[in-house]
Design a binder for this molecule. Sequence first.
Ligand SMILES: [Zn+2]
Length: 537
Amino acid sequence: MSVPLILLLIAMEEKRMHRCKTGSFVRMLSLLLTVALLAGMLTAAASAASLDNVRHYDVYTCLGDSVAEGFGPDFQDYEGLKRAEHAYHAYVADAVTADTFHPMARPGGSTGEVRFYLDSDYAYNAADFRVPYPEEKALALRAEVQKAVSEADLITLNVGSNDLFTTSLFAVAAVLYADSGIPEDVENMLGNYGELGKAFQSMLVTAEKLGRLPEVLRTFTEKVSEGFQTFRTNWNAICKGIYALNPDVTLVAVGFFNPVKTLRLSSTQPQIGQMMDPIARMMNNFVQYQADYAKQYLYADVYHTECYELVPVDDPTFGSTLVPAVHPTHDGHKYMAEQIVKVLPEKEEPKPCDGGENCPSKAFTDVDRSADSWMHEPIDWAVTNEITKGTSEHAFSPDASCTRAQAVTFLYRLAGEPEVKAAETPFKDVKTDAYYSSAVLWAVEAGVTKGTASDAFSPDKTCTRAEIATFLFRYANAEPLENAENPFSDVPADTWYTDAVLWAADQGIAKGVGGGKFAPGSDCTRAQIVTFLFRAK
Ligand SMILES: [Zn+2]
């Protein structure tokens, strides 16, 4: 919303305030809030990047846990540190067209583990590594992670769920099975990433049967609270470590979702897992607003990530029911990637040349470099891509006609100067040592030219507009248009160049000379030929 419009609205509101004092302050406030909200929404919408148009980052480093790694029912990888095509990190790496991608996520990762990599003063503690990792390997990985962070242009950080959810489940198991010891099936579920929801459900079912549900839930809540303290301390230490290594990096803090929101004690009971919603929100609130580093990074909200929540089982503990799995589905990962790139800037559209200091054609005094000049951009392009130089240091000679030899040479350069097979052309008038002989050889082999006669190419003859249209038509391997409308009164229906000219007009390559004419027999100027090539490229 524009500033004048806001001022107008405020002025209207002030008039109303004079007429009626009661409640006007509230109305004023709500108006201002609405305006602020609208302005915010408009800004967000205008700058939100998508997977298709996010800006480029040279080096992308992904830090995090099993979610960042891509762990799931069909990707049970306990090593991590690799790219997984279905994971959000792969979508992000591709979207930002990263030249280098460092996948640095490991399953079971806690903030303690990631802190260990980034904070060299933080001591090794085996309990930080839920998927066991010996100190020696962890130290070696510390060096690798620090390098990956130092050279990154973009980092995503996604860790913390294990601090709160996983740690608390282990604590619940310790309390619930204090006397009997943890049953093997529960121990397996706790140790088996992806089955934490199932473990939680199993323990809640047992606790309910034993009348110990309140005790178990109290333990769980206490542990979540403790886990939150650890998470906060470590999160800030991680960010401090990242910025110490790389002060200018773009860091995206990836938020949290409730991984067990559909958890039920039986298929007919309510979703008790929803009690975890506030925990995920509390973590998001901390990461987004209250972390020491909240103002230095971008926050990506992924609260609505879809998980493999409901896995049907027929199990002695649960009976025939559905159990939750805690990891995102493939769609969930794509959504996470979309939410991440949404907070990044869009690709910048290349700005049109202003004809100034950086203009490739600035040396030419005979090129119209004004904003509405049709020849400016094509000539900049032709010079930059070495299709042609000027005719002298200060002249491009845009209005000079060009020869058939020159036209074919320009086209050959546009094609990237591919190797030619034959040593000689069939044309008597093309000498093997002429600057254009390779170009003509290529043009014959590529079917671009057939010569002006079976043994003549007429290299020095001026190239006509009909001829260049024909060269381009053949170069594009195009087919004649069916039932094409002919917009040109000077292009008869049955000439050798009709198909080519109608095709070039249809493609927007050649636009005619005005007044419904194409001027097929007119000389093609240097400015015109580079314009045709520029549009055809
Ligand atoms: Zn320019």
